[in-house]
Design a protein around this ligand. Structure first.
Ligand code: TYD
Ligand code: ZN
Length: 412
């Protein structure tokens, strides 16, 4: 285990390098066409992750420029999943209870296509979404959401404060782990969160990632995988205190964190998870080493399976051109020579090619007709929704899952 030259972005301790993935593309940089020029110019960076055993955060050591990841070609549109829509609707209802409709407003950082704020817009609550990618901001605006295209930092927080005042609620779902300069965001939040306000953050949870071996939660956009301990360390520096958490199965296991500037009583759930993290030795480097070994085995198992079925002449496809799968596909050397195509319902993705591995993305509507022999479920976090939908479409494929281990499901 080498000590990295890099310092932890959360607590400034030296971090240990744990995993070198080699040259990786940016996970959401889908290729519009495959030809020599595009292939030669495809951006790659040496992706390495490190762990800070002082604050228990896992982070990418060398992050590409943020403008290379978040721009007018951002490929992730959150509203593709009906399940996620209902998940956010429930959060919306809960948050509305905390707001005075006349006086308060809600700020969402990373508002994407407006999947969450749309409920507030529909019910005429004051709201503002901030997102760095122009194309998703445009979609949010078309959905009636008041949205601003910007990276959220201290300067943006001052501008927002001047125009809208302090926010009663700040929500950040599946975004905080994208942001390299977490100190800047925490400063901005400190500027703009009302004294009696609540900050709610939700993203993939470190302990779940260790448990299921989902290394693919890490890619250039997912700069961090957070834990209770690492979030506490970050926000306490900025006088914002964690007081409650809620766990969800979304995205392979996510945690929702509740923070306040006030000294609120800590809930028993929060204390349980603090203890769980300690009992699961998140500060012990050996926990990370075991996780790394598990991930390498998962990747080898998937590669061997694909190669053996390909030799038998079987058609192997994928389902869900997820950003996550870019890590698995590139790290495992599974490319267009082994996978016929990946089916996906996102209009922006259809007709493009996966980064690094150049697999064609086809409209999910063609899935039943094409009927591949095996289909790797890259969108494993939407398993129930996708398998049920395709079962109704009378799909005859054999589903292949690879996390936490290789599993085949015969539907017929
Ligand atoms: P997602 O899980 O949001 O992950 P990531 O952040 O890793 O990109 O991606 C899910 C992908 O699966 C997305 O491209 C949309 C696609 N999808 C379908 O094609 N059909 C479906 O029914 C669902 C739920 C998702
Ligand atoms: Zn640290």
């Amino acid at each position: 285990m080498n000590k990295s030259d890099c310092l932890c972005r959360v607590c400034s301790s030296t971090i240990s390098d744990i995993f070198d993935f080699g040259n990786m593309p940016i996970a959401n940089n889908l290729m519009p066409v495959i030809n020599d020029t595009y292939t030669k110019n495809e951006y790659k960076y040496n992706m390495k992750i490190g762990v800070c055993i002082n604050c228990s955060s896992l982070q990418i050591v060398n992050v590409p420029e943020k403008e290379l990841m978040f721009n007018n070609q951002y490929a992730y549109f959150a509203s593709q999943s009906e399940f996620m829509k209902s998940h956010f609707e429930k959060l919306g209802n809960k948050v509305m209870q905390l707001m005075d409709k006349e006086k308060d407003y809600i700020l969402e950082i990373g508002s994407n296509d407006g999947i969450f704020l749309k409920y507030f817009a529909d019910k005429q609550y004051k709201h503002l979404g901030v997102d760095a990618s122009e194309n998703v901001v445009e979609t949010a605006k078309k959905n009636g959401v008041n949205a601003l295209c910007s990276f959220f930092d201290e300067e943006t927080s001052i501008e927002i404060n001047n125009k809208y005042g302090k926010a009663k609620i700040i929500v950040i779902t599946n975004t905080m782990h994208h942001i390299e300069n977490c100190q800047e965001v925490a400063k901005g939040i400190n500027n703009i969160l009302a004294e009696d306000g609540t900050l709610i953050i939700e993203d993939p949870y470190l302990l779940d990632m260790y448990k299921i071996g989902s290394i693919e939660q890490v890619y250039a956009e997912h700069n961090f995988i957070w834990s209770l301990h690492s979030y506490k360390t970050l926000f306490e520096k900025h006088s914002i205190k964690l007081f409650d958490v809620e766990h969800f199965d979304t995205h392979g296991g996510s945690m929702r964190y509740y923070f306040s500037k006030q000294n609120l009583n800590k809930t028993s759930t929060m204390q349980e998870y603090i203890n769980l993290e300690l009992n699961n030795k998140i500060f012990d480097i050996n926990t990370f080493i075991k996780f790394q070994e598990n991930c390498i085995n998962i990747s080898k198992e998937l590669y061997n399976f694909v190669v053996s079925k390909s030799k038998e002449g079987k058609i192997i496809a994928g389902y869900g051109a997820t950003a996550k799968s870019a890590t698995t596909l590139n790290y495992s050397n599974i490319d267009k020579n082994l996978i016929s195509c990946i089916y996906d319902s996102t209009p922006f993705k259809i007709g493009k090619y996966t980064p690094g591995t150049h697999i064609e993305i086809k409209d999910a509507k063609l899935f039943t007709k094409d009927s591949p022999d095996y289909t790797i479920l890259f969108a494993w976090n939407h398993k129930k929704e996708i398998i049920e939908k395709e079962k109704n479409n009378k799909s005859k494929t054999i589903w292949v899952e690879y996390i936490p281990k290789l599993k085949l499901t015969y539907e017929n």
